[in-house]
Design a binder for this molecule. Structure first.
Ligand SMILES: Cc1ncc(COP(=O)(O)O)c(C=O)c1O
Length: 489
């Protein structure tokens, strides 16, 4: 055998003791960072020199781990969007937990390939999916997959719906058959999250395949209009493939009448998918579960675990009641991935056959650890606390003469604005936008903005396990202070 002419190279540390001490330092710093999060501003704008510094040339030779870490601490760590802060209530995000952060580190250390394989991590994912299915009221033989986020979970549910309800094989039909095919249609309220448009484009159906059903005054889907639309479309020869119900809409937290949607889907022989990105988790609370009654009848559910289970991004789950249909929508067999009876490939690659990704990470570990360590009962109490705190905010706004609610706030989301008597809506829009930006830019808190019924609203969406009552008081105080202060031209 020839002697190697050059030294072997690897990316492992040259000096493990040095690496160990740097790693300990990273963990110490990070635990401090999390423990002291409330002492920092909710958000801080990046100085121009930091912003401009991200135009470095490709680092062809390395600076070493310690220098890269020092650079991270200086230029990256201080400038996140702030989702871990106790006063972050923008959009619908999530806060992460210290334990799940460590679970991510452990999962990365193992770095198992999660297409499937004969390994304990695959059993962990199967177990976690079974837990989630059980919590959502699904049968034990239902199927599911952990994915990146609610968008992907919902799109996968929709793809299974298309596969299940098409009535013909789009692949064999080919272009020649296109003229003969009925138009495939998907129904959901006008408050349905934009994932549906991405999904329809991705699936080649186009966004025009979405039938947007008007909502009632409480922002839930209008069932009578849905029924009429279905009837009309069927009479025109179109094929309704899916009705989407939302448990907790992104804008106002409204939950459609899921029991009735399930019945309508049965009547029209169409798939019923629930987008439960955050609202699905109401089901683990005895106090709140009645709000999502009927969800368990859905053919598929998309839900996040990085919103209301508070896991670090990214983590979500798609559940499909009929396991065979789920597999049939995505599975394929190729020789280089053939299943074996023994060895590493025993059991095959079940997860790769349930979604888009072949190479997947071990996100199941953080779910498993979070569930085991904290228990579902504790997570349910935090969810209830999120809803209670927003109801506290809502009560305050209702009693105030200087603020008004712009939409019903049944859950953990409130849309409101500061008002000055006699000021027209367009000026109030500008005033409230300015109030919102000052609150964000001064690092007081991070609510977001939206438009409700044509009016600009300051919006609080609470999926934050760190917020305390005084954080909401600070927000209210700031809204009123800036509301009085801001001069309008
Ligand atoms: C109701 C609803 N559906 C879907 C999504 C998309 O989820 P993700 O951001 O995890 O992709 C969101 C996000 O806020 C949502 O609120």
């Amino acid at each position: 055998m020839n002697k190697a002419s050059t030294a072997r190279v690897t990316l492992d540390p040259e000096n493990w003791d040095e690496f160990r001490s740097l790693a300990h330092q990273m963990i110490d710093d990070t635990v401090d960072y999390l423990q002291n999060v409330s002492s920092r501003p909710a958000w801080r704008p990046m100085p121009a020199e930091v912003r401009n510094s991200f135009s470095e040339p490709v680092p062809h030779s390395g600076v070493g781990a310690a220098a890269a870490y020092a650079d991270f601490r200086e230029r990256i760590l201080p400038y996140p969007n702030g989702s871990i802060h106790p006063r972050f209530w923008g959009w619908v995000q999530g806060t992460g937990t210290p334990l799940a952060m460590m679970a991510e580190m452990l999962a990365s250390a193992m770095n198992p390939h999660m297409a499937g394989f004969n390994q304990a991590p695959a059993l962990v994912e199967k177990q976690v999916v079974r837990w989630v299915a059980e919590l959502m009221g699904y049968p034990a033989d239902a199927s599911g997959l952990l994915v990146s986020g609610g968008t992907m979970a919902n799109i996968l549910g929709l793809a299974v719906a298309r596969h299940a309800r098409c009535g013909f094989d789009i692949r064999q039909d080919g272009l020649q058959g296109a003229g003969k095919r009925p138009k495939l249609l998907v129904y959901g309220s006008s408050e349905t999250h934009t994932w549906v448009f991405k999904g329809l484009e991705f699936m080649g159906l186009g966004r025009a395949a979405f039938r947007s059903v008007p909502v009632n005054v409480d922002y839930t889907i209008n069932l009578a209009l849905l029924g009429e639309m279905l009837q009309r479309d069927k009479e025109a020869g179109h094929l309704p493939i899916c009705i989407i119900g939302t448990a907790g809409t992104v804008n106002t937290g409204a939950t459609d009448d899921l029991e009735s949607l399930a019945a309508i889907a049965r009547e029209h022989n169409t798939w019923f998918h629930v987008d439960g990105a955050f609202g699905a988790w109401l089901r683990i609370s005895e106090k709140l579960k009645s709000l999502v009654a009927g969800m368990e009848q859905a053919d598929s559910i998309g839900l996040d675990l990085h919103k209301w289970v508070y896991l670090p991004f990214e983590c979500a789950c798609v559940l499909v009641r009929d396991a065979e249909l789920h597999r049939a929508a995505f599975a394929s067999t190729v020789s280089y991935l053939a299943m074996a009876d023994r060895g590493v490939m025993a059991g095959g690659i079940p997860f790769a056959n349930l979604g888009i990704d072949l190479t997947r990470n071990f996100k199941a570990l953080k779910v498993w650890m979070q569930f085991k360590a904290h228990g579902i009962g504790h997570i349910a109490r935090v969810i209830e606390q999120n809803v209670d705190d927003v109801q506290y905010l809502v009560d305050y706004i209702r009693k105030s003469k200087e603020m008004e609610l712009l939409a019903p706030a049944p859950l953990n989301i409130a849309c409101f604005r500061y008002i000055r008597s006699g000021m027209p809506d367009d000026a109030l829009d500008r005033l409230n936008n300015e109030i919102l930006l000052r609150i964000q830019e001064q690092g007081i808190a991070t609510p977001s903005g939206t438009t409700v019924d044509g009016k600009f609203a300051i919006r609080v969406a609470n999926t934050n396990h760190r917020s305390r009552r005084e954080d909401f008081d600070a927000l209210l105080e700031a809204v009123i202070r800036f509301g009085r202060e801001v001069e309008m031209k």
